[in-house]
Design a protein around this ligand. Structure first.
Ligand code: JD8
Length: 389
């Protein structure tokens, strides 16, 4: 992954040579370039700011140096420009995973009161632009946020973490906060390590750790456990799934795939009918790479879908609508949404459904998908694909 940083304080990025990013550079996993924005100014004072139109305190960053920088950095060649700003979308582990799929990130780090809005509007015509905030507090500039996002993204790059497995157990990976950790000595200043951890009983240890993680999450971050926000009737809002949706998702998928089983006279070949709650939680947690979205109505989970990147194909799956609400366009809404959230690396879509699922087949054909008998498909199912326009 190539990483470019545009800033008037290039020294802020000296830490990139240290710790994690340092190792990633040595291994050639990342290619870092830090640029001083002033090198794209034309006056002898290297001016990058001016007074705000409409008045008000502070200064605003001028557009010209940014435009010249984007030109020289050739941002048209398929990069993602990450503008760190307090008014950006919230940074999260899910967004970190998404950004980790990019070939190149260009960080635009503002200062003063911010960057002239035309810079972002202009950039959006040349590359994917993500305005991102690392939290609801005010910093003096975008550099610290760019460093934080860099660390969260780089450590997810394939081949970076010695044991990728450890990534799956982390906070925000499975929707729970971390359990407490201990090391030697077993007793320290009259404080002892919990006996369970010295028991060698791995199942009991796993249960204890899970309970601790749930307890901590309930106390400190109940929002992580609350099912995703409810939309009123008619306002079907597709939102990212949370761990708190798992139970209802399991119920909905069993209801929907029972219909599929009846339609296709097969129960055995349908994984969705054989999954446990833990399987659904794991599917939500992210290690399998799925991005899951849900729809609620009256607080009830009535629809869901998911997608993940397989090479340059966006695999779409588990599109489901509550049986009593089918035929009202919710399936089409979910299909449109799950296509729209595909990352730039995806050049086509793929999905499969039961060969006798006539309603599904009609909906997919209407949406531009075409059957692909030439591609391998699960038993009693057909694969459909669609090029990305
Ligand atoms: C970029 C200028 C300072 C912000 C007037 C203070 C991110 N989570 C975050 N908090 N703050 C930032 C951030 C702050 C920035 C810039 C990011 C560029 N400032 C401005 C508006 C109010 N000053 C951030 N990510």
């Amino acid at each position: 992954m190539r990483l470019d940083y545009l800033t008037i304080f290039p020294d802020y990025f000296a830490p990139l040579a240290l710790s994690l990013p340092g190792k990633a550079r040595d291994r050639g996993l990342i290619d870092v370039h830090v640029h001083d924005l002033r090198s794209w100014t034309t006056d002898r004072h290297h001016t990058v700011d001016d007074t705000p139109y409409g008045g008000g305190a502070g200064m605003v960053m001028k557009p010209e140096p940014w435009g010249a920088a984007f030109d020289e950095l050739e941002v048209d060649g398929g990069c993602t420009i990450v503008v760190t700003t307090p008014s950006g979308e919230p940074f999260s582990q899910a967004l970190a995973r998404d950004l980790a799929t990019r070939e190149r990130l260009v960080f635009a780090c503002g200062r003063y009161e911010g960057i002239d809005q035309r810079v972002l509007d202009h950039a959006a015509g040349r590359a994917e632009v993500r305005e991102v905030s690392i939290g609801d507090y005010v910093l003096n500039g975008g550099e610290v946020a760019a460093l934080a996002i860099t660390e969260a993204v780089v450590r997810l790059l394939p081949g970076f973490m010695g044991n990728a497995e450890s990534l799956t157990e982390e906070s925000h990976e499975d929707g729970l906060l971390e359990y407490p950790v201990y090391t030697k000595p077993a007793s320290w200043r009259d404080l002892d390590v919990p006996d369970v951890l010295l028991s060698g009983d791995h199942a009991r240890i796993a249960r204890w750790r899970h309970d601790q993680a749930e307890r901590r999450t309930t106390q400190r971050r109940p929002d992580l456990l609350r099912p995703s926000s409810a939309a009123g009737p008619g306002e079907w809002e597709v939102v990212p799934a949370t761990r708190g949706d798992a139970g209802e998702l399991l119920t909905l998928q069993r209801a929907c795939w029972l219909q599929e089983a009846v339609a296709n006279e097969s129960v055995t070949g349908i994984p969705a009918l054989h999954e446990s709650l833990d399987d659904v939680v794991a599917g939500l947690a992210g290690p399998d790479g799925w991005t899951t979205v849900v729809v609620r109505s009256h607080g009830r989970l009535v629809g869901a879908a998911r997608g993940r990147l397989d090479g340059d194909v966006w695999d779409i799956g588990r599109i489901m609508v509550a049986p009593d609400l089918q035929g009202r366009g919710l399936g089409r809404l979910l299909l449109e949404h799950v296509q729209a959230i595909a990352p730039p690396a995806a050049t086509s879509y793929a999905l499969f459904t039961g060969e006798r699922s006539v309603d599904n087949l009609r909906m997919y054909k209407k949406a531009g998908f075409r059957r692909r008998p030439d591609l391998p498909s699960p038993p009693l199912a057909v694969v459909l694909t669609k090029p990305r326009r």
